[in-house]
Write a protein that binds this ligand. Structure first.
Ligand code: ZN
Ligand code: ZN
Ligand code: ZN
Length: 260
């Protein structure tokens, strides 16, 4: 059994957007309050999260996460890596460098962004975060304890972004193009979390109609849409228009997947 928790379901600015007075940003529905996109994956033995954006600290506190075995990075946009400094708490608690799985390209950006964590040991500021960067390689499953995670490459404008599949579950965000090969790797997935930025097309993200199309072509049992912009509309209104096995994800939603 595996439990997935939506840590954040919002696009890069989050929802509400600073200074915006639209209906969605002013909504009182908690489902319309979206931190930056991330999920927590938990089994009896293992807890990992996918991405650590600027809201990472708040998300770990909200879900009362006491232990983290690893972080998987989809890609190195700030809304996905901006919270990595707060890994410090787990460094202290667990007395380990946090295993961070990322593409070599994303690792370069992490090293630039958090350069103070990559200096010589004798120059490391006491209390600085420590990371154990591990390559994500195409066609090479990531094994963390009992979990086997298949990385699936996507194109996010000019950037490589990884989707992750664990058995009959997949998490797919931040892309505008998926190769046929990558689509094939998602076949058989029954539970899908996939991004849907807004109704209209976008140059580096897929839209709601495109996300519905992928979910239908994969014939999934259930799909949840994430990385949602305030221009999508209110969750309650959008959900009414969706196929019955699909809905907008919302922060704090937890999904239990049996027989994984
Ligand atoms: Zn993003
Ligand atoms: Zn707004
Ligand atoms: Zn991105």
């Amino acid at each position: 059994m595996m439990k997935i928790t939506i840590l954040g379901s919002g696009t890069s600015q989050g929802v509400p957007v600073i200074g915006c007075n639209c209906d969605v940003c002013r909504s009182n529905d908690l489902r319309d309050k979206r931190l930056r996109t991330s999920i927590l994956i938990q089994t009896e033995r293992t807890t990992i999260c996918v991405d650590a954006g600027p809201d990472f600290r708040q998300q770990m506190l909200r879900e009362n996460v006491q232990h983290l075995d690893a972080i998987l990075i989809t890609h190195h946009h700030k809304d996905h890596i901006g919270g990595l400094d707060d890994v410090r708490s787990f460094n202290f608690l667990q007395n380990i460098s946090m295993p961070i799985y990322a593409s070599p390209e994303s690792q370069e950006e992490i090293k630039r962004e958090y350069s103070y964590a990559f200096v010589d040991k004798n120059e490391l500021y006491p209390g600085a975060p420590t990371y154990n960067l591990i390559d994500i390689v195409d066609n090479k499953p990531i094994v963390i304890n009992e979990l086997t995670i298949e990385p699936i490459p996507l194109t996010h404008l000019k950037m490589l972004c990884y989707a992750f599949r664990i058995g009959n579950f997949a998490y797919v965000t931040d892309f505008n193009y998926m190769s046929e090969d990558s689509f094939d790797k998602l076949k058989g997935v029954e539970y899908l979390i996939i991004e849907a930025l807004r109704h209209e097309k976008h140059y580096s993200h897929i839209s709601l109609p495109e996300a519905i199309d992928i979910a239908q072509r994969l014939n999934v049992k259930k799909a949840w849409f994430t990385h949602v912009s305030h221009t999508m509309g209110k969750t309650e209104d959008v959900n009414k228009t969706l196929p019955s096995n699909m809905m907008l994800a919302f922060d704090g939603l937890s999904i239990t997947i049996e027989n994984n």
